[in-house]
Design a protein around this ligand. Structure first.
Ligand code: ZN
Ligand code: ZN
Length: 172
């Protein structure tokens, strides 16, 4: 492993330093790989990094992901019944759409028509500073591979700005 190919513009080194973390090859390799493959699981990151940059143990990958997440360099996306995924896009409140079958995860920048649902009617005294929305469906690849599913009409509906999802309709 050499620094050049892992962190050509020095941005990852700079990010580690400004988070107060030591710059090491495995850390740079993980950040570099994740930059090119957002929303990856720890397992995928481990095998991707090994393939591209050389040996790093699974335990080391998990440790570094935890460290970088705590330091604010990575965002950890928790998904019900799927392994957690990681991404380098931090500092904004973007949402995600997830395939129920293969777990493919994509960014959703804006939620159309449901702003009202992101403000709880009753916050139980909490100081609310964010809300996360996860859309579930079946990705195009899985639809082709396994045929259409019931959820498909729902994805179309949520993707359209002409129709509002049912939750928004209730808000008036
Ligand atoms: Zn899929
Ligand atoms: Zn994302």
């Amino acid at each position: 492993m050499t620094v050049g190919p892992v962190d050509p513009d020095g941005a990852a080194s700079q990010a580690l330093r400004s988070a107060g973390l030591r710059v090491t090859m495995p850390r740079l390799a993980i950040l570099a790989w994740l930059g090119a493959h957002p929303h990856s699981t720890a397992e995928a990151i481990g095998s991707g990094v090994r393939e591209q940059f050389g040996a790093v143990s699974t335990q080391a990958v998990y440790d570094m992901l935890a460290l970088c997440t705590t330091a604010g360099l990575l965002r950890r996306i928790e998904l019900a019944e799927h392994p957690a995924r990681f991404e380098r896009r931090v500092g904004d409140n973007h949402h995600h759409i997830v395939c129920r079958r293969c777990g493919r995860t994509e960014d959703v920048d804006f939620v159309i028509g449901v702003q009202a649902c992101l403000t709880p009617a009753e916050a139980s005294g909490f100081a609310v500073d964010g809300a996360e929305v996860v859309f579930w469906g079946v990705c195009p690849t899985c639809q082709v591979a396994e045929g259409p599913v019931d959820g498909r009409s729902m994805i179309r509906k949520y993707g359209s700005d002409e129709e509002q999802p049912p939750a928004a309709a209730k808000q008036g």
